[in-house]
Design a protein around this ligand. Structure first.
Ligand code: SF4
Length: 481
């Protein structure tokens, strides 16, 4: 059996917004892969970049453990990894160099590597995986285990979902291998859980851990990148998830669980079975999920409450039906309002993910989003601007407009990378206003700030004849109160 150092490259300290937010989660997908490899009999160690200060521990592990293989496997559940941030790519490439000079064999998997394998191959990776590629990974490791002298081409020969130097994507047509079942528990023991607990408790007074009951999503919103799972929705049995939650409660005592699923539960029956299994096992841990507005019904709300759900984040995106339709979101603004009402009525907190700057969005659409927030009063909002990720319809639509900058460097970047209706500063100001709308709903100056912003936008349009659409007629200040 071979020795493998499993790692990832998301360093919290390289992302200022997330470092200030102080809500780090262990790299779940990385831990699942570590567990799978260990179950197959390999000797597995882990470098967790999340709370690391720099590369020094990684270098020490390379020097002391002398792993035969270094596997970079990003946490596919982490939305920050899905964003393919430029700063983390640089970190990965530096780490690749450190592993390469020590003679380790290197395999890389993750959203950014799936989109841009050439960058990782040039930095020292021998094989880049496309998508989750668990079966391909296990086959590669088996081959290495049988013969460590195989070169990269020989390793990847005939396997799907892999790239090696000189081939943009080799074996794209190779028959898919049967996917291995994920090991029952991620390799939590390889993580310094107490370090995470300290960060959470110091900043928030409680400790949250992460789980995932499913992978992927079968919906097709135009801007949502799916380099890892495509359009599949792979859900695990509710009893297995309940057992994992009970294990975490007993061994690591989290106060809260964040489910990283794009869509938790999906079916009411699944959630009811999950709730029943938790009750039979002595109860679970209060949790937060992400869910689409159109999946929230009275029965779903009740099942979630029974299971211990405390908070639901809805991908609301916009208060304008025109924009939801342009995104191919498949939800109605009325469904967002109803979901908020049902969940709030059951005592479940509600957050909205909102997106600004999508193609065709005008001031009146932004004001519709403001109205949605103002009238339905979510407990929290997360606001971003539209971000064209490779492989999406949205990316193709704006591809010709992309300049040199194609990725955000950090999650707070919020830079418009295509010719949107407005400039980045305008969207940042709207973002701040939407946040204030939630945190200080009665503050009298909010209406004035909305009005001033809209007036500034009007001036900007007049100064910028190249902007896409005619400016809407400004309503009097009273209309914005
Ligand atoms: S529902 Fe959510 S996860 Fe699914 S495609 Fe739309 S944005 Fe992506």
């Amino acid at each position: 059996m071979i020795s493998i150092l499993v790692c990832h490259s998301y360093f919290l300290r390289f992302d200022q917004k997330q470092a200030e937010r102080a809500k780090p989660y262990p790299p779940l997908a990385t831990l699942q892969v570590a567990s799978l490899l260990r179950k197959a009999g390999h000797e597995v160690a882990l470098f967790d970049a999340m709370l690391a200060e720099d590369f020094s521990r990684f270098e020490r592990q390379l020097d002391v453990l002398k792993p035969q293989v270094v596997l970079f496997y990003e946490d596919n559940y982490n939305f920050l990894s899905k964003m393919c941030l430029g700063r983390m790519r640089r970190a990965a490439c530096e780490m690749l160099g450190l592993a390469r000079v020590r003679g380790a064999r290197i395999v890389v998997g993750g959203s950014d590597a799936s989109d841009s394998p050439g960058e990782y191959l040039a930095a020292g990776a021998e094989v880049v995986l496309h998508g989750e590629a668990l079966a391909t990974l296990m086959a590669l490791i088996d081959r290495l285990n049988a013969d460590t002298t195989l070169d990269a081409q020989q390793l990847a020969e005939g396997l799907p979902d892999a790239s090696v130097t000189g081939a943009k994507r080799c074996n794209g047509h190779a028959a898919r291998l049967p996917e291995p079942k994920l090991a029952d528990l991620p390799a939590w023991d390889l993580i310094d859980i107490e370090k995470y607990r300290r960060v959470w408790r110091r900043a928030h007074g409680y400790f949250s851990l992460n789980m995932a009951s499913s992978r992927g999503c079968s919906f097709r919103c135009n801007w949502c990148a799916k380099p890892i799972w495509g359009n599949q929705y792979l859900q695990r049995p509710p009893r297995e998830i309940a057992a994992e939650m009970i294990h975490l409660r007993r061994h690591y005592r989290p106060d809260h669980i964040w489910f990283a699923d794009d869509i938790f539960g999906f079916r009411v029956d699944w959630v009811k079975e999950f709730a029943a299994a938790l009750a039979a096992g002595g109860g679970g841990v209060p949790f937060t999920i992400q869910l689409r507005a159109d999946l929230v019904s009275p029965r779903m709300t009740e099942a979630l409450r029974e299971a211990g759900c405390r908070e639901v984040w809805i991908g609301a995106e916009s208060g304008s039906q025109k924009i939801l339709d342009a995104m191919n979101k498949g939800t109605r603004v009325a469904e967002i309002r109803e979901a908020r009402r049902l969940l709030g009525g059951a005592g479940i907190r509600v957050g909205y993910f909102l997106q600004l700057g999508y193609l065709g969005e005008e001031l009146e659409d932004i004001l519709a989003t403001r109205r949605l927030v103002e009238e339905t009063r979510p407990d929290d909002v997360g606001v971003s601007v539209s971000y064209p990720l490779p492989g999406t319809k949205f990316y193709e639509a704006v591809r010709a407009q992309l300049g040199e900058k194609t990725h955000w460097q950090e999650s707070n970047d919020l830079e418009m990378m295509f010719s949107g209706t407005y400039r980045s500063d305008f969207y940042r100001a709207i973002r701040n206003l939407l946040h204030d709308e939630v945190t200080h709903p009665a503050a009298p100056e909010i209406a004035r700030r909305w009005h001033d912003l809209c007036a500034r936008e009007h001036e900007y349009r007049q100064e910028s004849p190249g902007s896409l659409a005619p400016a809407p007629a400004l309503r009097p200040a009273a209309a914005f109160t």
